[in-house]
Every structure is written in structure tokens, then in C-alpha cells.
Design a protein around this ligand. Structure first.
Ligand code: 5RP
Length: 229
């Protein structure tokens, strides 16, 4: 099966966990897009009553067009379940997210959720994190200095460019993304602590001890993994 078909498979499978009356965090990315489409169909055809809390302008636009009722994270009491994609998931269920530059809102929504589910095709399952460049969201002011500090530490940083390649990408919060090309992250907790203490860093894409369930798209069907937390 092609990667897109695996993404569709898990996107459509994941909405089975959504029940009437839930407040649901809606992640960002191409896999989540299939999930939101499937959720929109359930809202329309079954009259499923849910409230969505989105993690990006792109997901909010898609959900609005499908008639999914939305609220801000600040306007809900709690989020029952967040369904999101991921860029890498290690054998011990730690993750890298932010390939779609939505890591800040994704982490805020995940942190305020009772349960977090990640939906991925099998290429995202890895032994150790780090082959995927680690996104770090930084405030534009002073970002060159943060970049230089990352260079001195040997983190091989690159500023993420906009889709047309002519300017730096701006996140939904109008920040920049610096991607760290680390190769392998052997101590994710230590790195997460270090990055969040760096002045000018808003958030990083290490999502540690956050996911409860992973739905992996395999050629012979979706596989559900429990992170036991
Ligand atoms: O973290 C994300 C966006 O910030 C995405 O969930 C992640 O990049 C996976 O995206 P895709 O489903 O398109 O592969």
C-alpha cells in the first residue's frame, strides 16, 4: 500500500474512538486531514455531537467547512481525546512532532487532553528518535542568536523556509522554526529540558510521555498499540 493509503486507513480507523458528547482535539497534517474528513462524515450522517479543539488554522478551516463545531482550548473544561499525527515514534512511545509547523498548539492541546492518540503510517515507527529533524519554534527577535548557539552545540540547525522557498516560514503564532539535524537523540528528556530553557525558544517538537495509544497503518490493516500510561 502507498503511504497515503496507510494514512487514510488510520485516519478513518481513529474516529471509531470518538463518542457522542466528547470534546476532541484535532491535530494537524496529512494523516489528520483524513481523520477530520471521516469525523465530518460522522457528524453529518450520524448526527454525532462533538466539540472540536483545533491545533492549527489549516485544521480549523477544514473542520469549519465540514460543519464540525469548534471551541478554543481556553473555552473548554477539558479535552477527552486528541487525535494527531507524528513524525517519528520511538520504541518507548516518545515522539517528534512539528513537521507541519503546528507543534506549539499541538502540545498545548495534547497537554490539556485526558487521552492522546497518534495516527501514523508504519514509516514513522523508529528505534530511536532523531533521523527526522527536530523542529524548534523560536521568536523571530534574537532567533539568529539562538541559531548560532545551536550551531556551536553541533545541532546542525536550519531555518525552515516557506513553501515557495523565498522567505522564512511563519507559524500560526508568527514565529520561526529552526530544525535541528541531530541524527540520533539518545537522551530526549535531557535535550527537551535544555531546549525549553533556551531564551527565545517557544516550544520544541519532542513530545515525551504524552501519547496513550498509537494506531499504525500496516499493509494488512491498522494496528493499535497501547503505550501503557
Ligand atoms: O506534527 C505535525 C504537524 O505539526 C504532524 O502531525 C506531523 O508532521 C505528521 O504529519 P503527516 O501526517 O502529514 O505526516
Amino acid at each position: 500500500m502507498k503511504q497515503d493509503e496507510l494514512k487514510k486507513l488510520v485516519g478513518e480507523k481513529s474516529v471509531e474512538w470518538i463518542k457522542d458528547g466528547m470534546t476532541v482535539g484535532l491535530g494537524t497534517g496529512s494523516t489528520v486531514k483524513f481523520m477530520v474528513d471521516a469525523l465530518g462524515r460522522r457528524v453529518k450522517t450520524e448526527g454525532l455531537s462533538i466539540t472540536g479543539v483545533t491545533t492549527s488554522k489549516a485544521t480549523a478551516k477544514q473542520a469549519e467547512e465540514l460543519g464540525i463545531p469548534l471551541k478554543s482550548v481556553d473555552a473548554v473544561d477539558h479535552i477527552d481525546l486528541t487525535i494527531d499525527g507524528a513524525d517519528e515514534i520511538s520504541a518507548d512511545f516518545q515522539g517528534i512532532k512539528g513537521g507541519g509547523a503546528a507543534l506549539l498548539f499541538e502540545k498545548i492541546v495534547a497537554t490539556n487532553s485526558k487521552k492522546v492518540m497518534w495516527i501514523v503510517d508504519e514509516s514513522k515507527m523508529v528505534k530511536h528518535l532523531g533521523a527526522f529533524p527536530l523542529p524548534v519554534e523560536v521568536i523571530p527577535y534574537g532567533s539568529q542568536k539562538v541559531f548560532e548557539r545551536f550551531e556551536q552545540k553541533g545541532y546542525n540547525p536550519t531555518f525552515r523556509k516557506s513553501a515557495d522557498g523565498n522567505s522564512l516560514l511563519l507559524t500560526d503564532s508568527e514565529n520561526y522554526i529552526i530544525d535541528l539535524h541531530l541524527g540520533e537523540i539518545l537522551e530526549p528528556e535531557r535535550l527537551a529540558d535544555e531546549l525549553i530553557k533556551e531564551v527565545g525558544v517557544v516550544e520544541h517538537g519532542l513530545f515525551l510521555n504524552m501519547v496513550n495509544t498509537v494506531v499504525v497503518g500496516l499493509a494488512d490493516g491498522p494496528k493499535v498499540l497501547d503505550a501503557n500510561r
